[in-house]
Design a protein around this ligand. Structure first.
Ligand code: BGC
Length: 754
């Protein structure tokens, strides 16, 4: 298709029309030149194809029936790349059957605070995990002719004032944390489109950030697809076009078209900029045309797959005395309204009209041979927070009668959603009270929590077992009952830290910000990077999750950038293990995390079986973003490779030596302190000669004695923080400023080989 030729035949007005949606969900078409339209639809964990226009309805129910898969917070706990690819394929099948060309997802913003209302839709607090898993999702969808929209690019980490927040964040943190997941997904999976976010970054609204949308995304990362706005997320159409935002969504009823035409006619906007955007838009439509003959997806099959996905997303966090799995059909109390009305998805634009929803109670009853007694324990209507004494008393009696209980509790839907953040990290008081009262009477109590992000657990020590089931999708009943009864072995591991309380979170004093400004003061230290560095105890660490079997880790081997380890299933049942590799940097120019995730593989092992797991590292596995050169740097030194089953349980370690062949050299100036010359290896070639010229004669002898190079902190030398300009005074009138400048120039010439 010769798109350039098509564009050459379009009028300016026609081109301007293409720069915003035809309506809420379609890209424009042009019958005159045979340019087709395409339809997009949310995303990310199920199809939300609207069957009515916005004017007609804004209700959840007005979308087609489809499968509601577990949301991203849970998906990430699978740590399973293949599963995410398969999920992508299943989503594509449903989209194809509904003639949808672009699925609006995945969302991969970082979980900076547990309070972000949209955390349930995002993958992780770790960019590597989020990037790698979302890349598989994108590949899976796009392999079947349906495009994706990676969102919300970038630094969109809260819902509070979401259309106007201004994230104040330093460049290293941006690169290492907030852009890194996008970078991985863009480079590995080439999403058809990218949706930019509502917020500002360091004062610049993303929709008009040429730096982000063009310089980084296109020029640096090589992205060739179309960039679109989040819905109603653009201030100035003309400026955004120039910055690289091709398509504004949704349609503007012609208002924006007129602005574009006017700007071109008045010479404020180069028509070539419009052509560039239109080319990308039309290319997207051609590349992702729907298949008119595609059959509707088999939703029954999809539902069964949804249960399989769900099994890997739920995390077993506690299992005292192996109370789980339940292996008998003795009476069981199933407590909690969630067992009848499960919360399996989050609110907002990702809300799916699920074709089938499992009744958890029914699944549990069937699996327990019918020997189940139910009590709701709390209500999901009206005041969900205040404990209802009558319901609690009934639940306690039911639990006592059965002698053991499984309580389904968690966060009601109004606690977290797109459009607003949570107020705190607490469960409803009614749920906490219910759990406390039941465990007091019935020690064998299992708690299953449903929710999109971490919660405080004041009763944690008292319960026997605990699953965090996240928002497990519409087959939640099947998935959780199979796990509880051991038909499936738990293999989910947390993709985010569960702190003991909100106050421990690194963003506590800077979330959700003051007015529009949100200072990302914690820098790169989000999630486990912070808790480990500060040695703060958490309830559950990043990467943690129990199984019904056990695994041993042996034989770590490092060969160049290849790391292999042997993992064995040492327990009695078959199971999957998410094997995790972390890298810890040596003492660095900057403060670095204790360790960072740089590889993971999920493997399946029969009892007694061993497998060798292989990881391929690269420069980026060791690098930090060096703002002095605006690039990544691997510093010289000994790095530690940690491998194990969670971020805090890494039984295998090895070291790797790296040499920085192009170390950064700061030119010497009159403001360079003595300590730099005497400690930084880069000054080695000039150190002795230079120091002998500028030090006071008395110190020359002293320094000669103790050596010119301090490997350790040179507390021994009192003038360590003095800068070069002081050397004129030190030398009792024997050195002039001209002489000092000459010495500095000579040293720099030698350092830079001039
Ligand atoms: C959300 C996007 C969504 C879009 C279309 C916006 O409000 O932020 O994630 O894709 O609406 O529904």
């Amino acid at each position: 298709m010769d798109i350039k030729n098509i564009i050459s035949q379009m009028t300016l007005e026609e081109k301007a029309r293409f720069c915003s949606g035809a309506d809420e969900w379609h890209i424009e078409k042009l019958d005159r030149l045979g340019v087709p339209t395409v339809m997009m639809s949310d995303g990310p964990h199920g199809l939300r194809k609207k069957v009515k226009t916005q004017a007609e309805s804004y209700f959840y129910g007005d979308t087609v029936k489809s499968t509601c898969f577990p949301s991203a917070a849970g998906l990430a706990c699978s740590w399973n790349k293949e599963l995410l690819y398969g999920l992508g394929e299943a989503l594509a099948a449903e989209a194809k059957g509904e003639q949808i060309s672009i699925l609006l997802g995945p969302g991969i913003n970082m979980k900076r605070s547990p309070l972000c209302g949209r955390n349930f839709e995002y993958f992780s607090e770790d960019p590597y995990l989020a990037g790698k898993l979302s890349a598989q999702y994108i590949k899976g969808v796009q392999a079947h002719g349906v495009g994706t929209s990676l969102k919300h690019f970038a630094v969109n980490n809260q819902e509070h004032r979401r259309h106007c927040t201004n994230a104040i964040v330093d460049m290293r943190t941006l690169r290492e944390i907030y852009l890194a997941a996008f970078e991985i997904a863009v480079k590995e999976a080439k999403p058809a489109t990218i949706m930019h976010s509502y917020n500002c970054i360091n004062g610049d609204q993303v929709s008009k950030s040429k730096w982000l949308l063009n310089d980084i995304l296109r020029e640096e990362w090589g992205y060739e697809g179309m960039v679109m706005s989040d819905w109603n997320g653009m201030n100035n159409r003309v400026v955004s076009l120039e910055a690289g935002s091709d398509l504004e969504m949704p349609g503007s009823f012609g208002i924006r078209d007129a602005q574009i035409v006017k700007a071109v006619k008045e010479g404020r906007l180069d028509e070539k900029v419009v052509d560039r955007a239109v080319e990308r838009i039309i290319k997207t439509s051609y590349n992702w045309q729907p298949d008119e003959n595609a059959e509707k997806a088999d939703l029954v099959k999809s539902h069964a797959f949804c249960a399989k996905v769900g099994e890997e997303t739920m995390v077993l966090l506690k299992n005292d005395n192996n109370v789980l799995p339940i292996c008998d059909n003795k009476p069981l109390a199933v407590i909690g309204e969630f067992a009848k009305t499960p919360r399996y998805q989050g609110g907002g634009s990702s809300h799916v009209n699920a074709a089938f929803v499992d009744d958890v109670l029914e699944c549990m009853t069937e699996r327990n041979g019918g020997m189940v007694e139910f009590a709701s324990g709390y209500t999901l209507e009206g005041d969900v927070n205040t404990p209802d004494e009558a319901l609690i008393a009934e639940a306690v009696e039911t639990a006592k009668k059965c002698g053991r209980a499984v309580i389904f509790a968690g966060m009601p839907s109004k606690f977290e959603s797109e459009s607003y953040d949570r107020r705190n990290m607490k469960l409803p008081e009614s749920h906490n009270e219910l759990i406390e009262r039941i465990v007091k009477e019935v020690p064998e109590t299992v708690v299953v929590l449903l929710g999109g992000s971490p919660v405080e657990m004041p009763w944690l020590d008292k319960v026997s077992a605990l699953f965090y089931a996240y928002l497990g999708g519409c087959a939640i009943g099947k998935a959780i009952s199979r796990l509880i009864y051991g038909d499936a072995c738990p293999s989910g591991k947390l993709a985010e830290t569960f702190p003991v309380k909100l106050e421990h979170n690194p963003t506590y004093l800077n979330f959700p910000g003051v007015g529009n400004d949100v200072v990302y003061a914690e820098g790169v230290f989000i999630g486990y990077r912070y808790y480990q560095k500060k040695q703060i105890d958490v309830n559950f660490s990043f990467g943690y999750g129990l199984s019904y079997t056990t695994f041993s880790y042996d034989e770590i081997k490092v060969d160049g950038d290849k790391v292999t380890v042997k993992v064995t299933n040492t327990g009695k049942v078959a199971g999957k293990e998410a094997v995790q590799l972390y890298v810890g940097a040596p003492a660095s120019y900057v403060e670095r995390p204790v360790k960072e995730l740089k590889g993971f593989e999920k493997i399946y092992l029969e009892p007694g079986e061993s497998k060798t797991v292989e990881f391929e590292l690269c420069d980026r596995s060791f690098a930090y973003y060096d703002v002095r050169i605006n690039d990544w740097r691997v510093e010289s030194g000994e790095y530690t490779i940690y491998v194990g089953g969670s971020s805090v349980d890494t039984p295998l370690t090895a070291t790797v030596e790296k040499v920085d062949n192009n170390p950064y050299i700061e030119p010497i100036t009159i403001n360079t302190p003595v300590i730099d010359i005497m400690t930084l290896p880069v000054y080695e070639p000039i150190r002795e000669e230079f120091m002998m010229k500028i030090l006071p004669p008395v110190s020359r002898e002293k320094v000669k004695e103790i050596g010119f190079f301090y490997k350790k902190h040179p507390s021994i030398y009192p003038r360590r923080y003095h800068t070069m300009r002081m050397s004129v005074r030190w030398n009792d009138g024997n050195m002039t400023e001209e002489m000092l400048m000459q010495y500095i120039d000579e040293a720099n010439a030698k350092l830079f080989n001039k």
